[in-house]
Structures are given as structure tokens and as C-alpha cells.
Design a binder for this molecule. Structure first.
Ligand SMILES: Nc1ncnc2c1ncn2[C@@H]1O[C@H](COP(=O)(O)OP(=O)(O)OP(=O)(O)O)[C@@H](O)[C@H]1O
Ligand SMILES: [Mg+2]
Length: 360
């Protein structure tokens, strides 16, 4: 139940800049996902928030309180936050109840208060019936929930989670994701969780911050990040888009919110914040379709290419197609209901796309 403010926060390890001049504001009660590829600085941001690292520069505030900055550093235990690690870090010799109550002892709480908090936290994560079990008697998902209950019992204002679902199978991940959403809604605690899995970030978070190379690329609602990537790095990472260099002609006569773009001897009208001039056409697999033989809108541009490879993804085949464009080796991905052999010549319709300026 606390907002977060980072101003110009930097952190280097030796010569490696892990977090670079980061500005980020998270509102009270948000469920924020820190999303980005491996090594982009996600865990470092979490550790800076927790007080496990000191920033080289910049200011970090939790609510009204500056916890790191010029001459100020608040120790982790005084920040009033909970942290859930990927490894769960449960005590193997203690029961579920013992693990959840562990951090509450020595805090001046009386026995009945501790018992009430443990019961409430276990109820919240749906593990009341397992209070007497030991960690080795639990499934991975149950252990994950014990780790969460242990954090919740402390009644933190902020919970930090580092890839909390990474060790779970696909079905468990989905049900734990639903549990996290419910627990967040019930407690209204601010959650910050780290993931490199875009589907997980979209499914869980109310806001998503995309990091790349230690820098913040974009922060917004999941739909924003998905439909309106602000930079080539976000476009590539979110939605697995491939980027095609194109010439943007200017606003469309038919729809001023769209831009006309020249493509394969035709003109296409697409959305995106690209002014006239060199641009990127960002294409997701579901923004392309194999062109059927037969009648088509007159003047619709088609991209010609050759299938490089393909694999079954369940429901459809995902093909990688090398486009036939003079002087450029560019591959895009498209879904197909049937397998196509490598070397097959195909033509692709652009159903949907997003335009970005070439030099932002
Ligand atoms: N203790 C450390 N000493 C030296 N370099 C570090 C240390 N911790 C992180 N780094 C470097 O800082 C960069 C960011 O690391 P970080 O752990 O924050 O990435 P991440 O986004 O969490 O990656 P992953 O998804 O793989 O967990 C990386 O280049 C990493 O090698
Ligand atoms: Mg990490």
C-alpha cells in the first residue's frame, strides 16, 4: 500500500552497468511487472528497492519516505516490504505454520496476534489444511504459496517477487497466476514482480515496465505495451515482432490516425507514431497471413518470400519466411494451418502492423 518513485537511479558492478539512469513511478496498490530479456537489470532493480544493493546515484522513495539517496540509506528490515524469491527459501525442518510465523517472532507481537496473522495468510493462499505439513510434503506450487504467505503475514506495504512462477509447470503457473491476481485484489498491497515471460507479465500486471540494457524502454498498461510499443526494442521483445525498414509517406487520406507506407509496389495504411520518412514496419506473426489464390482487394501489396523452416505450436504451424527483398535478409514469422516444406514459395498479406520512426 505504498507508491514507488525512482529518480535517475544507476547501479554498476565493476564495469557492467546493470541499471542506467532509471526513472520509474509506480502508483500505490499497483501490480507492476518488470519485463525484459535476461541480464537487462530486473533483479538489480528489485534488490535496489529491497535495500539489498545501494544505488551509485539517484533517489528511491517508498511512499513519502526516501529510502536511498544523497546521504540516506534505509536498511532492508526497516523498509516494510516482503520479498519472494524464485527458490522459495523455506526452512525444510519447519512446518508450513512455522515457516509462515518465523518472521513474526521478535516483533513484539503477542501469541494470539501471530496465530491470527498466520491463519489469515494461509487462508489467503488456500493452504489452511496444510499448516502442519513440512515443505518436502508439498508440491512446487504449494511451496510457492507458503513463501507468499510468509511475506503476507508480515503485512508489508510492498511485496517484491523475483520470477516467482519460473519453477512451475505450465498448468501450475496459470493457476498460481490467478491466485496472485486474487491475492493482490484482496490485499491491495503494491506488488512488483520480475519476469522475462511476456505472457506472464500481460496476464498478471496492471502495469508493465519494459527494461532493456539497464534502461527503461516503456511503462504502461499491458494492452498499451502489447499494441503500441514505443521503441524498436519493445516491439521486438513484446509480441515477437520482426522489423522491416520501410518508407513512410505521411498521414492517410482515408484515416488521419494512420500513415501510408510504401510496400512491395503497393501502399498500405497502418497505425503508429512514425512521421514521413524512414520507418520500421513492426510485424507480429498474427499480423501476417498466407495469401490465398483468388480474388483480393485491388492494389493490396503482398510480400513474397521463401519458407526457411516451421514447427507445430499446437493449433497451427509457425513458419519462418525469408522475404524476397533486394539487398536485405529479413525473416518474418507467420502462422499456417498446414505444414509447409522449407523452400516453399509463399506470398504474405499484411493484416496488421505498427509503424515506428527509424531514428527515434
Ligand atoms: N553481483 C554482481 N556482480 C557483477 N555483475 C552483476 C552482479 N549482479 C548482476 N550483474 C550484472 O548486471 C546485469 C544485470 O543483472 P540482473 O541480475 O539484474 O539481470 P536480470 O534482468 O535479472 O536477468 P535474468 O533474467 O537472467 O535474471 C547483468 O549484466 C549481470 O551480469
Ligand atoms: Mg534476474
Amino acid at each position: 500500500m505504498v507508491g514507488i518513485l525512482l529518480r535517475q537511479v544507476s547501479k554498476s558492478y565493476g564495469g557492467t552497468c546493470a541499471v542506467d539512469d532509471l526513472d520509474l513511478e509506480v502508483e500505490d496498490g499497483a501490480f507492476l511487472a518488470l519485463l525484459g530479456p535476461s541480464g537487462c537489470g530486473k533483479t538489480t532493480v528489485l534488490r535496489l528497492l529491497a535495500g539489498l544493493e545501494r544505488p551509485d546515484g539517484g533517489t528511491i522513495a517508498l511512499g513519502e519516505r526516501v529510502v536511498a539517496g544523497e546521504g540516506i540509506f534505509v536498511e532492508p528490515e526497516d523498509r516494510g516490504l516482503g520479498m519472494v524469491f524464485q527458490s522459495y527459501a523455506l526452512w525444510p525442518h519447519m512446518t508450513v505454520e512455522g515457516n509462515v510465523s518465523f518472521g513474526l517472532h521478535g516483533r513484539g507481537l503477542d501469541r494470539s496476534e501471530i496465530a491470527a496473522r498466520v491463519a489469515q495468510a494461509l487462508d489467503l493462499v488456500g493452504l489452511s489444511a496444510k499448516a502442519g505439513a513440512r515443505p518436502h510434503q508439498l508440491s512446487g506450487g504449494q511451496r510457492q504459496r507458503v513463501a507468499l504467505a510468509r511475506s503476507l503475514a508480515m503485512r508489508p506495504r510492498l511485496i517484491l517477487l523475483d520470477e516467482p512462477l519460473a519453477n512451475l509447470d505450465a498448468n501450475l503457473r496459470a493457476s498460481m497466476a490467478a491466485e496472485f491476481r486474487r491475492i493482490h485484489a484482496e490485499t491491495r498491497t503494491t506488488f512488483v514482480f520480475v519476469t522475462h515471460d511476456q505472457a506472464e507479465a500481460m496476464a498478471l500486471a496492471t502495469r508493465v515496465a519494459v527494461l532493456n540494457g539497464g534502461r527503461l524502454q516503456q511503462v504502461g498498461a499491458p494492452e498499451d505495451i502489447w499494441h503500441r510499443p514505443a521503441s524498436p526494442a519493445v516491439a521486438r521483445f513484446v509480441g515477437n515482432r520482426r522489423l522491416l525498414p520501410v518508407e513512410v509517406l505521411g498521414a492517410s487520406a482515408s484515416d488521419p490516425a494512420r500513415r501510408d507506407v510504401r510496400l512491395a509496389e503497393g501502399v498500405l495504411s497502418l497505425p503508429g507514431p512514425a512521421p514521413a520518412g524512414p520507418g520500421w514496419l513492426c510485424l507480429r506473426p498474427d499480423g501476417l497471413a498466407l495469401a490465398e489464390d483468388g480474388p483480393r482487394p485491388p492494389g493490396e501489396p503482398l510480400l513474397g518470400g521463401t519458407v526457411r523452416d516451421g514447427h507445430f505450436e499446437g493449433g497451427h504451424h509457425l513458419l519462418t519466411v525469408d522475404l524476397a527483398r533486394a539487398g536485405e535478409a529479413i525473416a518474418v514469422q507467420v502462422r499456417s494451418p498446414v505444414p509447409l516444406p522449407a523452400g516453399a514459395v509463399v506470398r504474405l498479406r499484411v493484416v496488421d502492423g505498427w509503424l515506428l520512426p527509424r531514428d527515434p
